[in-house]
Structures are given as structure tokens and as C-alpha cells.
Design a protein around this ligand. Structure first.
Ligand code: GLY
Length: 406
């Protein structure tokens, strides 16, 4: 746990104020959106009810709605205000219907979507949250391809005509593996954790480069398991280092190490962290692809930095006490300072928490906007430093309300 004396007084005040402002803004969101979900990103600075072809406005589809609900649970953990608990609880029905009907779940992001159910179980102890997260783990486990030893990121499993997505893995999936480890811990069925360990080993071998950078994606032959080609969707190029992917890697590896020690995940997380930290601008908020030189005025991606802050704090917590962990902790605090001082959005109806995020630069999607994951990890980072919040994937108890500085 990070205690206030390790944080400089000016930072401590900045972080407390940022958290208080975030909680007030989230309370406005709860009243404004209710059970509806906003789009992945803001449009012209404002979140609007989600629009997806074939679904009603505000429907629970896509890969990011869990961050919205997750902010509700996190806010409740931080301050105990009933409005947050009721808001997050009110989303349970749409998550339950979604998994029962397998609505828009042909992808790997089950951990992002159903992590909040694990959070809800930790906070409330209510069995239906646990049961829902276990159903989601089952859906994720069905994406494991035994011959290739990986979890396919996108697309229907077994659709061999789908050249774009069959056998494709991405760095982001490391963040969804903890759901599988959690399911094994809950059920004592090894198959979930076994799949996660195999996927981790193949990701380390195929997506990490010797210089500590990462590739976004790799196609794998479904029968032989041979690696076919490296590529990217959201990065600058197949040989570049997409910043958000790198941040997912740092955080995902640190989380995986908790459950799968001895696979080299902790050392790999350090190498990825070092690569990212060596390429940061002075304010600690990274450009959207780390292969690009920020001095050229490249667009920043605040969301990648918010994820990286949480990843570095998680990494620091898992390293043995000493200078290395302290280094990552200090760099994380510097990055969070950059976000809180220069990227926190002014309050206003429907406004996000964190300005200047990027969803996908190559697709000109959500560029220079707030986005749901950026907001979520900004709040998580503040919760970690202000209240000693620990990830629900760590199995730790929720902090008691009142420990938060809000
Ligand atoms: N798949 C998660 C992302 O786009 O970052």
C-alpha cells in the first residue's frame, strides 16, 4: 500500500482534489445516464448514450461498458455513497442478460466486462455477482484453442473463412486472463487457469520483443500453432509499439504474475515498463504510439498513461521491497501528477474525467477525446494512491469507506 508520506505534499493535495472532483462528476453521470451506457468515447468532449446498429440507444454492447459500471463500484468503495452502489447494481440486469444471450460476446474482453461483477461480489458478498462472473469466465474459456495454445481475441471461434481474426492473439488479452485465474480459485477447476497460463507463455514468446517493446497482434496457425505474422490494428505499424498495448502489457503481466509465478511475467513486465518509461514526454503522458517521437507533437493518449500508472503501481507492489519497486512507484506518481494537473477535464454535463485520450488513431476513432477506460484507470490510479485500493484480482479485501481522502 502506498502511504501518504511517500507522496510529496503537493502531489497528495492534487490527487485528493482530483478524486473528489471525479466522484462529483460520476455522481452527475449516475443521475444523467441511469441504466444506460455511453459510447466508448466522448464526442466533442461529451459522453452520449451508446449507439450500436440493431440495438436501442444506451444498450450494453461493445467491450467498454464494464469500465462504466466499474467506476460505480470503485466510487462506492472510495466514499460509500449509496448513489454509486445503486447505480452500479442497476447495471447487473443488462450484464446478466448479455451473458445469458451471448450478446456481442464474440471477443476476449470478458475480463473487462465482468471484472465489475467480481468487484461487486467483493463489495457486497452477493452470490449472483459471483455466478455471473463465473459464466463470463466460461465464455472466455471457450475461446481457448488447444492446438494453438492461445485465446483468440476476436471473431467467432471455428469460423475458418474469417482470415482476419482466426487464430489471432493480441497483447490486450493479458488483462483478461485474471478472470480465468479467479474462476479457478473459485471453482477449483484447473482448466481456466491452465488456459491462462498457456496463453501467457505464448504471448511472452510471440508478442514481446527483446528491447522490451511489444507487438499488438500475431496470427497463429490453428492446427500447428506456428506463428504466421505480426500485425497491428490500433498501432502505427506492425513493427511499432502501440502505447495502449504496451500499457496493457505492463499491467496485465504484473497481474498474471500474481497467479502464475515462475513464468517470467514479472521480469517481462519490468522490461516493458522500462521501454515505456524511456520514451515518455516530460509530463509523463505518452504519445499514442511509443515508436513515434513525442517531440514532433504527436497526439498524446492519456488513457494509455492512466493504464500504465496502475500497471506500474501493481508492479511495484509485487517486486521485493527495494529500489526497483520504489523507482516504478515514483515514476507512476509522476505520470499521475501529469494527468491530474494537465488532463483532468473541467466538470460539466456528460463530460469525461480525462481529456486527450485516443481510441484508434489509424481509424480516426475517438482521437483527442475522453474514453471510458481512460476514466476508469484514472479513478483506479487515484484510488490506489489515496486509499490503498487493491485490485479485486489480488483477492484483497475492499478498503473501508472513510479511508479514502475524498
Ligand atoms: N481491446 C482493448 C483496446 O482497444 O485497448
Amino acid at each position: 500500500m502506498i502511504t501518504i508520506p511517500q507522496i510529496r505534499a503537493t502531489q497528495a493535495e492534487l490527487f485528493r482534489d482530483a478524486q473528489a472532483a471525479a466522484l462529483d462528476q460520476l455522481e452527475r453521470h449516475a443521475l444523467r445516464f441511469g441504466t444506460g451506457f455511453p459510447d466508448d468515447t466522448a464526442t466533442d468532449g461529451v459522453y452520449r448514450l451508446r449507439q450500436a446498429p440493431g440495438f436501442p440507444r444506451g444498450a450494453n454492447v461493445g467491450w467498454t461498458t464494464g469500465f462504466w459500471t466499474g467506476m460505480g463500484w470503485l466510487a462506492y468503495e472510495l466514499c460509500g455513497r449509496g448513489v454509486f452502489r445503486q447505480w452500479a447494481q442497476s447495471h447487473h440486469a443488462s450484464f446478466a442478460a448479455r451473458v445469458a444471450q451471448r450478446t456481442d460476446l464474440d471477443h476476449h474482453d470478458l475480463g473487462f466486462l465482468y471484472g465489475p461483477s467480481v468487484a461487486a461480489f467483493r463489495v457486497t458478498g452477493e452470490e449472483h455477482h459471483r455466478a455471473l462472473a463465473l459464466e463470463a469466465a466460461q465464455v472466455l474459456a471457450e475461446r481457448f484453442l488447444p492446438a494453438a495454445g492461445v485465446i483468440q481475441a476476436w471473431g467467432r471461434i471455428g469460423d475458418r473463412a474469417d482470415q482476419r481474426d482466426q487464430g489471432r492473439i493480441i497483447i490486450d488479452t493479458l488483462m483478461n486472463l485474471p478472470l480465468l485465474h479467479w474462476a479457478t480459485a473459485q471453482t477449483h477447476e484447473p482448466r481456466y487457469g491452465d488456459a491462462a497460463r498457456m496463453h501467457l507463455a505464448r504471448s511472452l514468446a510471440l508478442l514481446l520483443r527483446p528491447d522490451g517493446s511489444s507487438a499488438h497482434s500475431c496470427h497463429i496457425d490453428l492446427d500447428s500453432g506456428a506463428a504466421l505474422r505480426i500485425s497491428t490494428v490500433q498501432g502505427h505499424g506492425s513493427d511499432s509499439c502501440w502505447a495502449r498495448g504496451q500499457a496493457w502489457g505492463v499491467y496485465g503481466l504484473a497481474l498474471n504474475h500474481r497467479h502464475a509465478p515462475g513464468q517470467g511475467a514479472l521480469e517481462a513486465a519490468c522490461r516493458m515498463a522500462d521501454h515505456l518509461l524511456a520514451r515518455l514526454p516530460d509530463d509523463g503522458v505518452c504519445q499514442w504510439d511509443l515508436a513515434l517521437d513525442w517531440r514532433g507533437g504527436e497526439q498524446r493518449d492519456s488513457s494509455a498513461s492512466a493504464i500504465a500508472v496502475c500497471g506500474l503501481l501493481e508492479l511495484a507492489a509485487q517486486l521485493p521491497p527495494g529500489a526497483r519497486g520504489q523507482h516504478y512507484r515514483e515514476r507512476a506518481l509522476h505520470m499521475l501528477q501529469g494527468l491530474a494537473a494537465g488532463y483532468a477535464a473541467p466538470p460539466g454535463p456528460g463530460r469525461g474525467l480525462l481529456l486527450h485520450g485516443v481510441y484508434s488513431w489509424p481509424e480516426a476513432r475517438g482521437v483527442d477525446e475522453a474514453n471510458l477506460w481512460g476514466d476508469y484507470y484514472f479513478l483506479e490510479a487515484l484510488a490506489r494512491v489515496n486509499a490503498g485500493w487493491r485490485s479485486y484480482w489480488s483477492g484483497g479485501a475492499a478498503p473501508q469507506h472513510g479511508h479514502a481522502a475524498a
